[in-house]
Design a protein around this ligand. Structure first.
Ligand code: GRF
Length: 244
């Protein structure tokens, strides 16, 4: 479970990661202003928090990648909006602190948003990764983490936003779909696109078979792109995201 010290969560070791990390080693670039990139030292991986709602295969891909110090990422904590999901179990098996922040435990959605922001913020992550997190973050979260929260969507944005991406792609009859990694904004799957991978739609696909094919591409895209963002930094100008 999450360990806290004076209201600030510690990021204990997991895998090969080190315990003597500074809280931050320079900031990733903000969403609007291109800024110089500060590359992390190889022995000081950058802290990220991952939020999940389900099976957590994207999280697992990040956990596996982060086991290599050269990847440059330390998963500080994994949070969820529900209990008893495989995503949380994956984190626990890897020795990563977890927390659960459920909407139904708060009087209002805004209260939940503030609480989630505090739970994530306690780890002072440089990047937040929504990996199958099935809730829209709200104003408090965006005020603190906009520009450094990435989400992954199983369709080629701007097509088929929302929770039924693979089914909507099939229903439309497209021959190619895919996955999109984007920076979270106040909309639904509408933020600046960071990276995309196209995936063919087969004649006999179901939503499940298409989604599984997309998820294979999605995991590779997530690992590759998050690693490069964290190691090399990134800039955003007029919705165009650049990783040097
Ligand atoms: C991914 O396809 C993600 O894009 C979508 O839900 C799926 C999560 O899969 N929102 P997993 O929990 O990482 O296995």
């Amino acid at each position: 479970m999450m360990a806290t010290t004076g209201g600030r969560a510690r990021c204990p070791l997991h895998g090969p990661q080190r315990s003597d990390q500074p809280a931050a080693l320079g900031s990733l670039s903000p969403v609007t202003a291109p800024a110089p990139v500060t590359a992390p030292r190889a022995d000081h991986p950058r802290a990220i928090v991952v939020l999940v709602s389900g099976s957590g295969t994207n999280l697992q891909a990040l956990i596996d990648a982060a086991a290599d110090p050269a990847y440059g990422v330390r998963i500080c904590a994994v949070g969820a909006d529900r209990d008893d999901i495989e995503g949380l179990a994956r984190a626990r098996r890897a020795g990563i602190p977890t927390f659960v922040c459920r909407v139904k435990d708060f009087l209002t959605r805004a209260d939940w948003d503030v609480a989630l922001t505090a739970r994530v913020g306690a780890y002072e992550p440089e990047l937040v990764v929504l990996a199958g997190f099935m809730k829209l973050t709200g104003p408090a979260f965006l005020e603190r983490f906009a520009g450094r929260t990435v989400n992954t969507h199983p369709a080629l944005s701007p097509s088929f936003p929302g929770t039924r991406g693979p089914q909507d792609a099939l229903d439309y009859g497209v021959k190619v779909s895919g996955c999109t990694l984007f920076l979270v904004d106040e909309g639904v799957d509408s933020g600046p696109v960071i990276a995309q991978t196209a995936v063919p739609v087969e004649q006999d696909d179901t939503a499940e078979s298409l989604h599984e094919r997309i998820k294979t591409a999605e995991r590779a895209l997530l690992v590759d792109t998050v690693g490069r963002m964290v190691r090399d930094g990134f800039t955003v100008s007029n919705r165009k995201v650049s990783i040097p």
